[in-house]
Design a protein around this ligand. Structure first.
Ligand code: THU
Length: 140
């Protein structure tokens, strides 16, 4: 995580967008709604929510949904992400999402929060969540 990267992020606004997209989560099976808002270096924000399926294993997480939006828009430089889950426990990105995020940023600040204002948001980083990620360099 670099100070300059996090300095360009309006965390309150990114958090607002993550809450907003969480409203559109399709989670009729788990009832666990997740919203993610990802900012890239150009300043653009991409959002994603979890999209579950009657064939449970096909469900897509909110973080990967946001990454797909980012790549489809031609952007590949995320600098920070907010993930909103249900409380009271502040959810962390699953292992698959950590690896997919690490494809585009070895490290970046990650803000985790829930809807209950009594539960403090948690600030962490991708490198803390996924140390020693598998990288494309290993394929050379
Ligand atoms: N989920 C996410 O969207 N992100 C995560 O990092 C963890 C889990 C979703 C997947 C599923 O729709 C629901 O939460 C319960 O696992």
């Amino acid at each position: 995580m670099t100070a300059s990267a996090s300095a360009t992020i309006d965390w309150d606004e990114l958090t607002r967008q993550a809450f907003e997209v969480r409203e559109r989560a399709h989670a009729p099976y788990s009832h666990y709604h997740v919203g993610a808002a990802l900012q890239v270096a150009s300043g653009r924000v991409f959002v994603g929510c979890n999209v579950e399926n009657a064939s449970y294993g096909l469900s897509l997480c909110a973080e990967r949904s946001a990454i797909l939006q980012m790549v489809a828009a031609g952007e590949k430089d995320p600098i920070g992400i907010v993930v909103i889950t249900r409380g009271p426990i502040v959810g962390t990105p699953c292992g698959a999402c950590r690896q997919v995020l690490a494809e585009f940023a070895l490290d970046m600040p990650v803000r985790l929060a829930v809807e209950d204002p009594a539960v403090p948001a948690r600030m962490t980083s991708l490198a803390a969540l996924l140390p020693d990620a598998f990288r494309a360099e290993a394929l050379k």
